[in-house]
Design a protein around this ligand. Sequence first.
Ligand code: 5GP
Ligand code: MN
Length: 343
Amino acid sequence: MKKLSDNFGKEVNKLLSVTNNIVIVTHSNPDADAIGSSLGLYNFLIKKRQNPIVITPNSYPEFLWWMPGNQNIINFYNDKKSAVEIIKQAQIIFYVDFNETNRIDKLEKYIKQSNSIKIVIDHHPLFNENIDYILSDASASSAAELVYEFIVLLNNINLIDEKIAKCLYAGIMADTGCFSYNSSKPRTFQIVAELLIFNINKDEIVSKIYDNFSTDRFRLLGYCLNEKLTVFPQYHTAIISLTKQELKKFNFKQGDDEGFVNYPLSIKGIIFSAIFVERVDYVKISFRSKGAFATNKFARKNFNGGGHLNASGGKSKMDIDKTIEKFISLLPNYKNELDENED
Ligand code: 5GP
Ligand code: MN
């Protein structure tokens, strides 16, 4: 675990004791870990008698709205004026589940203008930015796991309650695909065991996040698997793509494609999967892999993106057909790596 100061806990506690205006920011298109870790931290800071505010750069799917504190989140996209004013007043800004300000889109400008103290709690590979305190571990399952470690470092385990436990559990569970990846370290399960002490209903949390498809979303998934999947067995790769027209046909709502990119990895011999989704002025790409194939390097080098070894993303300004063409043309360069890492 990297932290800038050996006295991290003491220093941050001291800082919090003299600060009122605390803002917690998530990355754009927040997922269950972004919302779970941010709201876990939010509920913790409230227990510490602070008055934090969570700001998301844009909206997020309804299946995350159940988390305690969600009703107080400010969505910058919908409420720009309030968000900007709050950021101006901020004395501390937490970056949770990201560490590069290009992950927060239009919010970046305002966050960069702020001369507040910045604290990062994140599990993505770390990039140099102007950060005062960093709690970063790229081998941690999730940002939610690191929020738990943050609470430990502040010597405040006694403040954890059911609300905090629910949010952190949701983040850890979702970022490990229900404990199927990124979760081989005993520490993750130790933390989960500590959270379960608070009588949270873990089965209900899984159900709220995963058994909550709208009919449109469910049909869109079927359409992707049946009609939009292309398999390249020689490269152990499979892709899915969705155009704007297709999204419209299925009444697409933000987050409806969440997790679709994982499905092709269930095909025997496939270790690399990508989904291309047309957005208003760019193509959003998600990459997933099994084993050692580094999707984050692939994303950074070829699609202006990044992320984790097995889960990353990027963007393309070319049209969707050209973007896919580019992707396919790159595969031969990676043939050896893809062959090596075949199951
Ligand atoms: P997703 O495919 O679910 O959008 O993102 C998977 C992972 O890749 C996330 O952990 C996210 O942080 C990272 N990621 C997604 N898109 C981008 C991007 O455009 N740039 C960078 N640096 N990381 C991304
Ligand atoms: Mn995460």
